[in-house]
Ligand binder design. Structure first.
Ligand SMILES: Cc1cc2nc3c(=O)[nH]c(=O)nc-3n(C[C@H](O)[C@H](O)[C@H](O)COP(=O)(O)OP(=O)(O)OC[C@H]3O[C@@H](n4cnc5c(N)ncnc54)[C@H](O)[C@@H]3O)c2cc1C
Length: 313
């Protein structure tokens, strides 16, 4: 991005924005170089103005929620990073257990409010970091539940600044994947839920919280599971462990001793450190089991030359 473009954006919006913002501050990994421009739009109008300008000027724009499933390159991203996590925070729970929620609301907030309204089903997602927007795009899931199970409809904004609506049948969801177009930003969603039994809700929540504490290396920064599990009965962490890689370090990053599908930032790790371990895990697992692990984490800002062989299919 050039100086003129930055100046234009500064002049056209009143939203919070920063230039050269270290994305490490906006990812759970605590890793990532600067974004040429980062904007937290304060309204749909401002978002529309920004997206229209970016597409007219051919400036790349990407969306993040709270950065809990991304690895950002050390060189950063030479474009506009847009996050709704500061302003798109409305949530409303209806008497019929419908939840209408903006994309910037934290998933944990929605889960807690649903539980308080004695709505059942979402409590297994307690502890999954991130925003509702990120959760829906990723089809976040845990302990037998997936957010898509309750999805009813959603609104997005296109790069031309137009609003589009999608209903349940129009979006396909699969394991950690949805078919929302990746050049549209998710604005809000409606979830159709049901009342649950309070003791069951509390029990499911406890199973999820306890399970997370005992299985995940929560003392260190990470982006959760790096790879998707190859199947329901075959965990990526098991394969990486059996390939002998638990505890392997590169720079400040390590394949977690506690959960081999987590790469943890132990001491000022760089994205290059993490990418090295990703490539290593893929290489060893292919060699030992002939299984090509697929990334769950989304890579941002990496040149193609660095990620060859990392993407599957
Ligand atoms: C400790 C830890 C534990 C985790 N445990 C789980 C788990 O149990 N289950 C699970 O499913 N995940 C888990 N994750 C991964 C992560 O929490 C989820 O994927 C989460 O839903 C991502 O939300 P986010 O807002 O941080 O999205 P981000 O990481 O910011 O973005 C993820 C993707 O969504 C896109 N995106 C985000 N917001 C929008 C938007 N408004 N419009 C369009 N695109 C958007 C981004 O472009 C990116 O492609 C874990 C992560 C950590 C760090």
């Amino acid at each position: 991005m050039n100086q003129k473009q930055k100046k234009d954006i500064r002049n056209m919006l009143t939203s919070e924005m920063t230039f050269g913002e270290p994305l490490a501050k906006h990812t759970t990994f605590g890793i990532g170089g600067p974004a040429a421009c980062m904007v937290f739009p304060e309204s749909r109008e401002e978002l529309s103005t920004l997206l229209t300008y970016a597409s007219e000027k051919n400036i790349s724009a990407i969306f993040i929620g709270s950065g809990s499933n991304v690895l950002v390159c050390d060189k950063g991203f030479d474009g506009i990073v847009i996050s709704l996590k500061k302003s798109f925070k409305n949530i409303s729970i209806k008497k019929n257990s419908m939840i209408i929620v903006e994309a910037g609301v934290m998933l944990g907030t929605m889960v807690k409010q649903a539980m308080a309204a004695e709505i059942g089903g979402l409590e297994s997602l307690i502890g999954v970091p991130g925003t509702v927007g990120g959760a829906l795009i990723m089809n976040a899931g845990a302990f037998g539940s997936e957010i898509s199970k309750y999805f009813e409809e959603a609104k997005t904004m296109t790069l031309e600044g137009n609003i589009k609506s999608y209903t349940r049948g129009e979006i396909e969801f699969s394991y950690r994947h949805s078919t929302f177009p990746n050049n549209e930003i998710l604005l809000d969603a409606t979830f159709k839920c049901k009342k649950g039994k309070p003791h069951q809700i509390l029990q499911d929540r406890k199973i999820a919280s306890d399970g997370r504490k005992s299985n995940q290396p929560l003392k260190f920064r990470s982006a959760g599971s790096i790879f998707k599990n190859p199947s329901d009965t075959l965990a990526a962490g098991y394969l990486i462990d059996k390939a002998g890689l638990k505890g392997t370090k590169k720079g400040g990053a390590a394949i977690s001793e506690k959960h081999a599908n987590f790469i943890v930032n132990m001491d000022n790790a760089t994205a290059a450190d993490v990418l090295h371990l990703i490539k290593l895990a893929k290489k060893y697992v292919i060699k030992k089991f002939n299984i090509n692990l697929e990334l769950e984490v989304k890579l941002i800002g990496f040149p193609q030359s660095m990620t060859q062989g990392v993407y599957y299919a």
